[in-house]
Design a protein around this ligand. Sequence first.
Ligand code: FMN
Length: 330
Amino acid sequence: MGTWSERIGLERPIVQAGMGGGLATAPLAGAVSAAGGLGTVGIMPAPAFGPELRSARDLAGEAPLAANLLLPFVRPAHVAACIAHRMRVVVLHGGLSGPIVTALRDAGIEVLQQVGTVDEARRALRIGADGVIVQGTEAGGHTYARRPVDAALADVRAALPSPVPVLAAGGVNEAADVRRLLDAGADAVVVGTRFLATPESRAHPGYKRALIDGRDTVDTLLFGFGWPMRHRVLRNAAVDRWCAIDERGPRAVRILSRVSAPIGGALPLSLMAVYPRVQRPWLPVLTPGPPLEGGGGDRILRASALYAGQGVGAIDRLVPAADLVATLAG
Ligand SMILES: Cc1cc2nc3c(=O)[nH]c(=O)nc-3n(C[C@H](O)[C@H](O)[C@H](O)COP(=O)(O)O)c2cc1C
């Protein structure tokens, strides 16, 4: 069959990023898939993941649906849920795992690995991934990005044989961005920040306000306790306090993050979700859990990770997810 979108069964080449920790759940993913894009449920604690995929499936009907798995936190139950609830695509990020790729592909699921460079893309294909999502430095959330999205896409597209799907992520805000990246050889685009600013995302209401008001993001390691991977966030009190001299955060904090990685991977994700409620800007032991709807008052916004991409300045209001799919598709 023709294009990647046609093979997957998409009406529009727009993929909503599976933003983890409870941000992208069934209402968002279901609405995007029902509107002809590819909705993606982000990783959440294993016992809640299967029911969430089932709810998304109910909302999406027979439209294709995706799930996102962050490697440090994946449990066998996550993989089993993706298979049981007939995910069409699974996106992997934050590490490589041959056995997980094989288990998903054996179940007929298309596996995409999120990468930043040609070397990472080649490694993903070597362990069996069907294709890659290449992140540009504009991207919000956790990132491997090294170059702006146009340059990163050009590198990876040129290096991989043409039937291999290459999707582009980072800074997609409007139809012109989608058109430009498709013209440059992307099989589809992946959009995160823009889908966070929808009524359907489960971001804390104050976080949504910050997306509308915010302009300035930093590429940091500050919120790395338990998961020492680079991430792009909006400025808040914790960032202002600890990243004034070095955007990455103080060296001691980065060392603490590195040594805490095994703790983060071993703890249940439910604990990682609770911890941000007790974080304070003056204590630089800051975990990656984002502030969620129902997660307490606005104080949580001062010391938790407000993930956002460089394109956040283009957001001036919340737009329903289905409208956003239609607008981006042009
Ligand atoms: C709030 C937020 C959370 C994210 N969480 C994840 C995640 O759990 N897994 C993942 O693969 N990518 C995650 N990403 C990265 C996206 O997959 C994607 O690369 C990025 O959002 C694209 O850039 P954009 O934000 O400019 O659209 C996240 C991005 C944001 C903004």
